[in-house]
Design a protein. Structure first.
Length: 408
């Protein structure tokens, strides 16, 4: 548990929302295809459009959090997301579905940026990465609980069961918004002077370069959820259950060890070191996974993929800790919201382009494809150092904003 006070309140809000998210992520695809009758292609196009729009909305909504106060923005966006999910209970047409998922993705992207701005406003600089590690661990725990609830709905397979899972999602988001209201009010950033652009992050090439390198490392995200299950189905269909087992392994490992993995990441140098070690670990994971393409027994395939998953989650936790620190330290304190909104677009890009790039490279490329991907990870891990220092050389860091004493 994080320390008592605002940090623990943020974790409680994260837990409530994550339970709802876990139920939604587990059930939504099958609900819209099996119950509503939507084709898989139509669903995929709708989700791609929604998350592309959501990634673009992160910057202006983060800017709104800077100008109006991150707590107010986070509460409003959490409530808005809950309303959108509640709308899924009555949606029957594709047009309304597309509108709803676009609003959902937009609100979620803005909510992430606003929460990050809350962390910056409530927690001293040297404690932020540690808190984000706690929040990541809490997120995984909540997603696991929500996924279990969604699993019940999937087992029952009825429309009522699916709608019950969506109701849990809406309630979780609503509860998260109510918990956020207990936080101290963070004052809005001071009005910007001069004639510079309002969305300054869009012209910050150095921060964009850091975000790009981090996005390359985030291509690890589709590996566990998409590539490995397909890889197993193609090469060892008799152990198809292993894909789910590796996903559970990842979830439990992050829940148990993310806080420990983030210890010692408190500044630029330690963050760069963490990202560099992540590149090495991800290369090792890819190499071990690629060995399963060779002519080996099924038990050896299972052992190799398990070892690769362990190396991947170790790299994931180190990369997460380093990127959190860099994302905050390289952003101007008065523009944390919009900069975090921009930094967060890396997740949407990795989730959108990753499946297309990685399925082609790895499923067809075998061992060579895995080694190429590992080399990309290693290169990005080592590139982060000079890129981050280049960005820091032009950043004069101001003190973190003071925390207001009033409560809403």
């Amino acid at each position: 548990m994080p320390p008592a006070g605002p940090q623990r309140t943020l974790a409680a809000a994260q837990l409530a929302s994550a339970v709802g998210d876990g139920a939604y992520y587990t059930c939504s695809a099958l609900y819209f295809t099996r119950v509503v009758g939507m084709s898989a292609t139509a669903l995929g196009v709708g989700l791609a459009v929604a998350w592309a729009l959501g990634s673009l909305a992160g910057v202006p909504l983060g800017h709104l959090a800077d100008r109006r106060g991150p707590r107010r923005a986070a509460v409003a966006l959490a409530l808005g997301t809950a309303v959108v999910v509640a709308g899924f209970l009555v949606i029957r047409s594709y047009g309304l579905f597309l509108l709803a998922v676009c609003l959902y993705a937009t609100a979620q992207s803005g909510l992430t940026a606003a929460r990050q701005a809350l962390v910056a406003g409530l927690v001293p600089r040297e404690e932020r990465t540690g808190l984000l590690a706690h929040l990541q661990s809490t997120l995984n725990g909540g997603l696991a609980v929500g996924a279990a609830i969604g699993g019940i709905a999937l087992t029952l397979g009825t429309r009522t069961a699916y709608l019950g899972a969506f109701t849990v999602t809406a309630i979780g988001l609503l509860a998260g918004a109510l918990v956020l209201r207990r936080l101290p009010e963070v004052p809005p950033a001071a009005p910007e002077s001069g004639t510079g652009p309002r969305l300054a992050v869009l012209r910050d090439r150095r921060y964009a370069a850091v975000t790009l390198v981090n996005t390359v490392l985030l291509l690890r995200m589709p590996l566990l959820s998409l590539v490995l299950p397909l890889w197993i189905a193609e090469r060892a269909p008799g152990i198809g259950w292993l894909g789910s087992a590796l996903f559970v392994l990842n979830t439990v490992a992050v829940l148990a060890f993310q806080v420990r993995a983030a210890r010692g990441v408190t500044g630029l140098d330690s963050a760069v070191k963490a990202v560099r070690s992540a590149g090495v670990l991800l290369l090792a994971s890819c190499a071990v996974c690629g060995l399963s393409a060779l002519d080996v027994p099924v038990w050896a395939v299972a052992a190799l993929l398990t070892a690769a998953a362990v190396l991947q989650v170790a790299g994931e936790m180190r990369q997460s800790a380093g990127s959190w620190q860099l994302g905050f330290d390289l952003a101007p304190p008065e523009r944390i919201g919009q900069y975090q909104g921009f930094f967060g677009t890396g997740v949407a890009v990795a989730r959108t382009l990753g499946p297309l790039l990685l399925t082609t490279l790895l499923l067809d490329g075998g061992l060579a494809g895995w080694l190429v991907l590992g080399g990309v990870f290693l290169t990005a891990g080592y590139a982060m150092g000079p890129v981050a220092r280049w960005a820091a050389s032009d950043r004069r860091t101001a003190p973190a904003p003071a925390v207001a004493a009033s409560r809403g």
